[in-house]
Write a protein that binds this ligand. Sequence first.
Ligand code: SF4
Length: 170
Amino acid sequence: MTLMTLFDSSTFPSDLQPGEPVLVSSCLLGEVTTWDGKHDFVSELVELLERAEVEIIPICPEVLGGLPIPRPPAEPPAGNGFDVLDGKSPVLVVGDSPETGSDATEAFLSGAHQVVEMAQVRGVRYAWMNERSPSCGVLKSHSGGGLADGPGVASAALERAGVTVFPGQV
Ligand code: SF4
């Protein structure tokens, strides 16, 4: 499979400028930041961004929000990141850890707001985020024991701030 079949104009813009700052979910870059202490490295994305000579700014909203690595998984019981931003749904720890049911909303919102602030300070136009994550999902995000349509909390906040958010995996 070639790079051209993995990303197209709907997932990789043609007007990126050399040196332009872009946000990328840190786990997509190979950083060990996922809830289960792993990464989700996508070499094709990194190669395309390097070819475009952009400035890659790694971000992990959940770690920025103060959550540890590893950490118990958490997700909204219903709805997507917009619902969390609007106070319509919390983010609750799920799974079978002693923390199950505890409220992680504040950490998720804090991380999302910090990411937006970074984007605004640096004039970021584009972000690539880890699809299906309750923070970074773009088209789908974990919710209610399954997948909801719509972004996770940080991607939703970036979209509201005017950043175009692409899924980091296609
Ligand atoms: S919050 Fe986003 S960047 Fe951090 S590990 Fe999860 S998907 Fe990756």
